[in-house]
Design a binder for this molecule. Structure first.
Ligand SMILES: NC(=O)c1ccc[n+]([C@@H]2O[C@H](COP(=O)([O-])OP(=O)(O)OC[C@H]3O[C@@H](n4cnc5c(N)ncnc54)[C@H](OP(=O)(O)O)[C@@H]3O)[C@@H](O)[C@H]2O)c1
Length: 97
């Protein structure tokens, strides 16, 4: 399970602006931890992924191309059974909560 999150939800780097967005992503990250723990015994991996700044309708011009943002999500969606669970990642690398 991949929860598409954002570094905007990281408490460690959280700043002002877009409060509903950042707080909802922090909640999604918390849900990721809860679900990961609940589903661990069933072998279901649950992770949160920030795609990075991507040039979509929301991201606007200047961000990375969509395929680069999607790659991090696909990475998490195709983890082996032995892969991480309950993590927060961008481009396959851990992000601080
Ligand atoms: N772009 C970035 O830089 C960036 C950075 C960090 C995280 N993210 C995250 O990446 C995810 C995708 O963002 P994006 O940049 O691709 O945003 P986007 O360009 O605004 O696209 C959002 C997509 O969600 C769909 N959507 C919105 N409300 C919906 C609803 N109620 N039910 C079903 N579909 C709905 C939209 O469908 P329609 O087109 O049909 O409206 C659209 O396909 C989001 O979770 C965002 O928080 C993006």
């Amino acid at each position: 399970m991949v929860n598409v999150s954002s570094e905007s939800g990281s408490l460690e780097s959280m700043s002002g602006g877009t409060p509903a967005y950042g707080i909802s992503k922090a909640a999604l990250n918390a849900l990721t931890r809860k679900l990961a723990d609940e589903l661990r015994t069933e072998g279901i991996l649950v992770n949160a992924v920030c795609p990075g700044w991507i040039a979509t309708d929301m991201g606007g011009p200047g961000g990375d191309p969509v395929d680069q943002g999607a790659a991090g999500v696909v990475w998490a969606a195709t983890l082996p059974d032995s892969g991480p669970t309950g993590g927060f990642f961008r481009k396959g690398e851990p992000l601080p909560w």
